[in-house]
Design a binder for this molecule. Structure first.
Ligand SMILES: O=C(O)CCC(=O)C(=O)O
Ligand SMILES: [Fe+2]
Length: 476
């Protein structure tokens, strides 16, 4: 979320609405490797997969805030072009999700049409990983600003990943190396806008419930309307909680790819955008999201990597209810994941699958009935799909979707549809895993480099990337 300047222009967020309790994490403390802050962030990533990132104390964070404001201004210019011009840059689902999506292209959870306009700017285009694309004039004019925003967001994502690597007992850069800025990916800067919703429209859901498909999302918003379904809650109207936008902060959420990579240790939660609460419904709602996606071509076929092992492990354990240790030694006699991840992952598999009221997994000893199978076998995915397959013919590139729910029957939808409770492990197996050891790339970790100006004069000085989005449902 940008600075007070934007907050001052918006009506106040009401006090009397149910809010999700998530911690505010100081970016500076993360940069400095503060253990208490790191632990708090790690816990938040395990509980709901959402936290507030306070950018205000960090030099890099402050620069990012200024850049985020520029992105808000850019969004104003882009959407001011009007739908006639923007439609000439329309996204081309399912293969190319860069570009403009007008309202009404997606179904919301209540079967109505979405109310949100989006413009997806392609990171590869901006940083020069791919041939230049045709873009609306404001985007062309602000390429340098967009590039700088991308570099800064990427640095922040890398810092978060470094702290998570430490907590998870992973090697340094094991997560962040999958998100190199130098590799092609479907990472995008997404501009979003919803018109005022004072007049009750058919639906109050602007963007249906979904989880983000990618690695991590950094979200900047000012006006409320973002809601999260807390962990293991049924998808009922009374269970959704608002996230209150905070000045000088970003909202960070874990995407499904990270859930997969960590064997379900970290969580992605269902979220959606509804009519802004109270007086805020009079405001035009704008947000900017940096959605990191790991590049598909980076998915290694090497079965020895620990993430893949954990992913497969999770699937086998869920499906067979066999002893997980038997499975791991039968399938992968030579390899073991980080003991910490393994332990946490196994705990999660065992406890989550038995606790959730609306069970997605069979209880011990039961044959898995189709109704109880994870999402990729069930309603929102091809029922015969191999859970270890990539989402190429499922969600497709980028983060906009999965088959079957698009209004125009494009063969994809915006997000990862989820029908029941908000248990992120259900998404474990339908994302491919990316491996590979990448050269370390510096970020603005002040402990290491001192609080300097992180302007991207040298592109190599701030690096690493990717994220996405997936979908679901809701009511209301
Ligand atoms: O606009 C928002 O607050 C959330 C948008 C979102 O969830 C997404 O683009 O994936
Ligand atoms: Fe999202």
């Amino acid at each position: 979320m940008p600075t007070e300047k934007y907050f001052d222009q918006a009506p106040p967020f009401p006090e009397d609405v149910p809010k999700l309790s998530i911690p505010s994490i100081s970016l500076l403390s993360l940069q400095n490797g503060d253990s208490e802050t790191t632990q708090k962030m790690y816990e938040a990533c395990q509980v709901d997969g959402f936290f507030i990132l306070d950018l205000s104390e960090s030099d890099g964070g402050k620069l990012l805030l200024q850049n985020a404001e520029q992105m808000f201004e850019l969004a104003g210019e882009v959407f001011a072009l009007g739908s006639e011009i923007l439609e000439t840059f329309a996204y081309q689902p399912p293969h190319d999700l860069t570009g403009y999506k007008s309202t009404g292209k997606l179904r919301t959870d209540d079967g109505k049409l979405d109310l949100i306009e989006m413009y997806n700017i392609n990171q590869d285009d901006m940083v020069g990983n791919s041939p230049p694309r045709r873009n609306p004039d404001p985007i062309q004019r602000h390429r340098e600003n967009i590039k700088e925003f991308i570099h800064l967001c990427h640095s922040v994502v890398t810092i978060i990943q470094h702290r998570l690597e430490e907590q998870l007992g992973l090697k340094p850069d094991q997560l962040s190396s999958f998100n190199s800025l130098h590799d092609q990916s479907d990472t995008s800067v997404r501009l979003l806008r919803t018109q005022t919703q004072t007049v009750t429209k058919e639906s109050s859901i602007a963007l249906g419930g979904h989880t983000d498909i990618g690695t991590i999302t950094l979200l900047f918003n000012v006006v409320g309307g973002l809601q999260v379904l807390p962990a293991n809650k049924e998808n009922l109207p009374a269970n959704w909680r608002y996230i209150r936008p905070q000045p000088n902060c970003a909202i960070v959420n874990i995407g499904d790819t990270t859930v997969e990579w960590t064997g379900g240790v970290l969580r992605s939660s269902l979220h959606r955008v509804i009519k802004p609460p109270g007086e805020q419904a009079h405001a035009v709602r704008q947000s900017v999201a940096y959605e990191v996606t790991s590049h598909e071509s980076r998915a290694s076929e090497d079965p020895t990597e620990q993430f893949k092992i954990i992913k497969l492990l999770s699937c086998y354990a869920i499906q067979s209810s066999s002893s997980v240790s038997t499975i791991i030694f039968q399938k992968f006699p030579l390899y073991l994941p980080s003991p910490k991840i393994l332990q946490l992952s196994l705990n999660i598999i065992m406890t989550r699958s038995h606790k959730v009221t609306d069970r997605e997994y069979p209880a011990e000893g039961e044959m898995p009935a189709r109704e109880n199978l994870p999402r990729y076998f069930a309603k929102s995915g091809p029922t015969d799909a191999d859970p270890r397959k990539t989402k190429k013919d499922g969600g497709g590139k980028g983060n906009w979707g999965r088959s079957g729910e698009e209004v125009h029957d494009y063969g994809y939808t915006m997000n990862n549809a989820r029908r029941r409770s908000n248990s992120s492990i259900q998404g474990l197996a339908d994302f491919r895993t990316k491996f590979e050891t990448i050269e370390p790339e510096p970020v603005f970790e002040e402990k290491l480099h001192g609080p300097g100006d992180v302007r991207v004069a040298d592109e190599n000085a701030v690096t690493k990337v990717e994220s996405t989005s997936s979908s679901a449902e809701s009511e209301n």
